[in-house]
Ligand binder design. Structure first.
Ligand code: ADP
Ligand code: MG
Length: 701
């Protein structure tokens, strides 16, 4: 197929483009070649193929096209409130047209008692419909009316100024499609298209721009979405199968200290969900293949103990275990939490972070290389090349943000012969569609049950004017011996302002909660790490009752005695962040509270976020709402991963398509992992052209 070269043709050589427009397309839309332009899909279509009857207009209708006689042109009002109105009549009724801008020009081109075609969105005004700022043009019988839906393309101000608007792009796109449609290669096997009931690529590419009707448009979208998600899943799964077939894994058959731990040291009964995921992990670690598994569980669901149990499996089989946390504070907490268990079992354990002193570090590295040290807990310092284990059997990653394939691969290389098993634990639940894409190369286990006896956190919304009452409530809780967090947002753009909010807030709290009765800690991002740790430690040790902080405390910190979380300017936080913050309380036996403080002015989205928080404590439900509100690109930790810059599919809406694409990719790789069979030639060919040309394929790795 020589066609690929054709799509690489520089855009300036397209009829109707030329050097100047090409330069604009390059800089404004990132379009350089025929292929690039072809993939600039319109963001909506206007249906100019049918005429609606004026008498049948209703409020649910999107923009409609009407045909009729124009009457009653009149100018009303003066200056800013000036407007031009006219009425359009057909045999079924009458509708009013209104213009607020460009009045004098429109007045000139309109003539009463002539026939016009009008296109616009009707809105109900009192009891009558009107159409503000419709497209309007004279109608004559001879004129060719379009037989397809009009595409509307994204353009920029600069493009519009130079006449390269959506209409011009439409003309250029027509030229392009005329020139290239025969060259569009099919990228899916025939049998897949039949099974999934998809139209051909060629048909889809024509119809995504110039569909004859809505059915055709939907078919085109369905086809292109499937293809996009299919190739992403194929890539991810291919990576996964390669990893699995290449990598032999340690077989952890012996469970001596694990049994001892279960019998004598386990401080509580494991939940059913914890037991189930431990079984899943154990199965992986005895399969002979390397494990790459994601452990999802809501805040407080008890992931740490699961991690520890799995670490024991590694140690029982003459290997070492590592646990990596996103921050020093968390590494410290994991270390302190697990040390007593390790001591009871007589297992040497150490902590390694960026601030570990050189002498201690040298000693740790020596003992690690000699295999004397069994457990190493730390920060990202763990993946540094200088950190050499004798044999790393399992590494657990308790992550804050996305820990990509590349970083995991660095861990795989810690051993020369057999790569360690890897268990990634997420801090926030992720909707399935996202997990399948962001972590598609991992197997997934879910802890969907909280330990028994937890009282659900009570969440309430309070306005800034209720602050004194909130202070009163905080005093009651502190009098019971509990502790309180007060969290302020800190968002980059307005960092100075936020900092002022924080310090003002701290001062007003310090005034309302004076020493010596009360002690207040403050922790924020501008403090040096040791200073921050010191303040945090004072709170953990109960030396202070109130912790005023920015979101630096967001992740994982465990102070079971804290029972109140006050979130200031709660409307400025995303849902998953609010949920994470709330998860800092409710860790002890006492009833805990989360108080969301806001001003009176709230956007629709903020209201939904706050209501969702009040209504549910379930992290998976919250993650779903978050995905609906924000779309996948903005979800926590996913910003940097280009995986989510999709051309047409939308992970918040296309879960079913994604599922189908995933299953289809799995089936293909199961029967033909190397894609050698003739019916898969189109796939292989497309992968090759993707990796050479477009950004899609390379973005994913
Ligand atoms: P997360 O999943 O958020 O990391 P943790 O592992 O920190 O949660 O566990 C939260 C708290 O619940 C800890 O204090 C832990 O000791 C406790 N916990 C974990 N599992 C159980 C259980 N099965 N029964 C009772 N308490 C548990
Ligand atoms: Mg945790």
């Amino acid at each position: 197929m020589a066609s690929q070269h054709f799509f690489d043709t520089k855009i300036e050589f397209l009829k109707g483009v030329g050097a100047q427009r090409a330069a604009l397309l390059n800089t404004e839309l990132g379009v350089f070649t025929f292929g690039d332009l072809l993939q600039k899909y319109p963001f909506r279509h206007e249906d100019r193929t049918v005429f609606h009857q004026i008498g049948r207009i209703n409020e649910e209708m999107p923009a409609v096209q009407l045909k009729g006689i124009l009457r009653n042109i009149s100018k009303l009002g003066e200056g800013k409130s000036a407007r031009l109105t006219a009425t359009l009549h057909d045999h079924t009724g009458m509708v009013e047209l209104v213009w607020f801008k460009g009045i004098s020009w429109i007045e000139k081109i309109l003539h009463e008692e002539q026939q016009y075609i009008v296109y616009g969105k009707p809105s109900l005004y009192g009891t009558k419909f009107n159409i503000p700022h419709p497209d309007i043009e004279p109608w004559n019988e001879q004129q060719n009316r379009p037989t397809y839906l009009h595409p509307v393309y994204n353009t920029t101000e600069k493009m519009k100024k130079r006449g390269l608007d959506s209409k011009m792009l439409t003309r250029i796109m027509q030229n392009l499609l005329k020139a290239c449609y025969q060259h569009i290669p099919e990228t899916l096997p025939q049998y897949v298209m039949e099974k999934q009931r998809l139209c051909s690529k060629m048909k889809a590419m024509i119809a995504i721009h110039f569909p004859k009707n809505n059915t055709e448009l939907e078919q085109a979208k369905a086809r292109l979405k499937f293809e996009e998600l299919f190739y992403i899943q194929l890539k991810i799964l291919k990576q996964k199968t390669t990893q699995k077939t290449v990598s032999q894994g340690f077989v952890f058959g012996k469970l001596a200290s694990l049994h001892e731990f279960y019998k004598s040291h386990l401080p509580f009964d494991l939940t059913g969900a914890q037991k189930r995921v431990i079984r899943e992990i154990h199965k992986d670690m005895t399969s002979g293949k390397q494990m790459n598994r994601l452990l999802q569980g809501d805040v407080g669901s008890g992931k740490t103990i699961v991690a520890f149990v799995c670490m024991l499996m590694a140690i029982d089989n003459q290997t070492q275990a590592g646990l990596m946390a996103p921050t020093e504070i968390l590494a410290e907490q994991h270390y302190n939490g697990l040390k007593p268990f390790a001591d009871a079992l007589g297992l040497p354990m150490a902590k390694l972070t960026g601030s570990t002193k050189k002498k201690e570090r040298t000693q740790i590295l020596e003992q690690l290389a000699a295999g004397e040290l069994k457990i190493l807990v730390g920060t990202h310092a763990l993946i540094e090349d200088s950190v050499q284990f004798e044999t790393l059997g399992l590494c657990v990653i308790d992550e804050q943000h996305r820990f990509g394939v590349a970083q995991r691969a660095k861990l795989w290389q810690k051993n020369t012969h057999t790569p360690p098993h890897i268990l990634v634990m997420t801090a926030t639940p992720i909707p399935r569609t996202l997990a399948m894409t962001l972590y598609g190369d991992l197997d997934v286990s879910v802890i969907d049950e909280l330990p028994p006896g937890r009282k659900p956190i009570k969440t309430v919304h309070r306005y800034d004017t209720d602050r004194l009452r909130v202070f009163g409530f905080m005093k009651e809780e502190i009098a019971k011996g509990h502790q309180v967090y007060v969290v302020y947002p800190l968002i980059d753009e307005s960092e100075k302002l936020d900092y002022k909010d924080l310090t003002d807030g701290y001062e007003s709290i310090a005034r309302a909660f004076p020493a010596p009765d009360y002690q207040v800690s403050i922790v924020h991002g501008r403090m040096k790490a040791p200073e921050r740790d010191f303040e945090m430690q004072r709170f953990i040790n109960k030396e202070t009752q109130i912790m005023v902080a920015t979101t630096v405390i967001e992740v994982g910190v465990n102070v079971p005695n804290a029972s109140v979380m006050v979130i200031e300017s709660a409307e400025r936080f995303g849902l998953s962040q609010l949920h994470q913050l709330r998860g800092r309380v409710g860790r002890g036996a006492e009833q805990s509270f989360c108080i969301l403080m806001t001003g009176y002015k709230l956007s629709q989205d903020s209201k939904i976020r706050i209501r969702t928080m009040e209504q549910t404590n379930n992290g998976f439900e919250i993650a779903d709402v978050d995905l609906q509100l924000r779309g996948p690109g903005d979800l926590m930790g996913t910003q940097q991963s280009g995986v989510l810059d999709l051309l047409i599919a939308d992970l918040s809406k296309d879960a079913i398509v994604l599922q189908n694409a995933r299953v289809c990719a799995e089936e293909i790789l199961e029967t033909d992992a190397a894609l050698e069979q003739p019916e898969h030639e189109s796939i292989l060919h497309h992968i090759n052209s993707l990796s050479k040309n477009t950004t899609l394929w390379s973005r994913i790795s």
